[in-house]
Write a protein that binds this ligand. Structure first.
Ligand SMILES: [Mg+2]
Length: 314
């Protein structure tokens, strides 16, 4: 019987923020450049060109917080309220690297287009914008995976009306849910995720990641081949690879994810959410828990979602 655990909920959302913050100063850099100039990534770093300090995170965490707050306000996933919170974040001006599809979609919402129709369409909308922020939905729906599938689809479509973007978000939410309720088996996660999301490019790349894991491929080579761009097919596969290579080691998972460069903050956020949920808050290095922006608030939100889930079981 799946048994949700509050430490896994907190570990998930804080893990996402930590992966995002660790990758923040590396976003856009090539992996080879990171190896040369930084080496192994162990600490948060300032990014004065982004006007962000060590430990601060980006749009990935900003949008994850919109989901988490909406879930707590409405005691579950409500598309209209989630969309309103995206608009409020946009209007705050604190964008921290907003993605193209998200920007366009929020403009449409502000012009009065309903959230079922606001999402960006076409090939260019196969970005990371839904997968990077979806963890709170995985948590709140962890005991009902069919509801998870529907909810993830609906809230992803607010900004990304693209089947791969939706499948990528469903893959991440599925892994988060299984970890949070304590029945994630690393050895079968990829095949179970592929069964869950069905045939698509995300599934094909996840199976390739599984093949690389079986061959004990070094992370530098695996991430170079899987990709770490803003294309969701690449990021989700690379994040799963980093997690499954070292399931019990949050630090190694997240470091390897951000060392892949390019969309480093998002690869870090996705890997951090899954690994944080799997290892719980105690599995995250103490200095990262202390130094990441708004840790207390993030843990409080995660605990609120845990109480929603455990309350629904009573
Ligand atoms: Mg970002």
């Amino acid at each position: 019987m799946p048994e949700p655990d509050p430490s896994r909920f907190s570990g998930c959302l804080l893990g996402l923020a930590i992966g995002d913050a660790l990758g923040m100063p590396l976003e856009g850099m090539r992996a080879s450049n990171i190896r040369k100039r930084v080496g192994r990534v162990r600490d948060f770093m300032d990014a004065p060109w982004r006007m962000l300090k060590a430990g601060q995170w980006t749009d990935d965490t900003k949008m994850m917080l919109c989901h988490a707050r909406s879930i707590l306000d409405r005691k579950g996933v409500v598309v209209e309220d989630t969309a309103r919170k995206f608009v409020a974040w946009f209007e705050s001006g604190d964008w921290r690297g907003i993605g193209g599809s998200t920007y366009e979609s929020i403009q449409r919402l502000r012009a009065g287009v309903p959230p079922e129709e606001s999402g960006a369409r076409g090939e260019m909308a196969a970005g990371n914008g839904a997968a990077m922020r979806i963890a709170p939905v995985g948590l709140v729906d962890c005991l009902d995976l069919e509801k998870l599938r529907r909810d993830v689809r609906e809230v992803s479509m607010i900004t990304h009306a693209n089947p791969e973007a939706v499948a990528g978000a469903q893959a991440v939410a599925f892994a988060v849910a299984r970890a949070a309720r304590g029945d994630l088996e690393p050895g079968s996660l990829i095949t179970e995720t592929v069964d869950f999301i069905g045939p698509c490019a995300v599934s094909d790349r996840l199976l390739l990641a599984g093949d690389f894991l079986d061959r004990h491929m070094e992370p530098e080579e695996a991430l170079a081949r899987l990709g770490t761009s803003g294309y969701v097919v690449e990021t989700v596969a690379s994040a799963f690879f980093c997690f499954l290579r070292t399931p019990g080691d949050f630090q190694e998972t997240v470091s390897r994810a951000v060392e892949g460069g390019l969309d480093a903050d998002t690869t870090g956020a996705v890997a951090g959410a899954i690994s944080g949920a799997f290892n719980g808050l105690e599995g995250i290095p103490e200095r990262w828990r202390r130094e990441v922006e708004a840790a207390e608030e993030i843990i409080e939100l995660a605990e609120g979602i845990y109480h929603l889930v455990s309350g629904s079981r009573a």
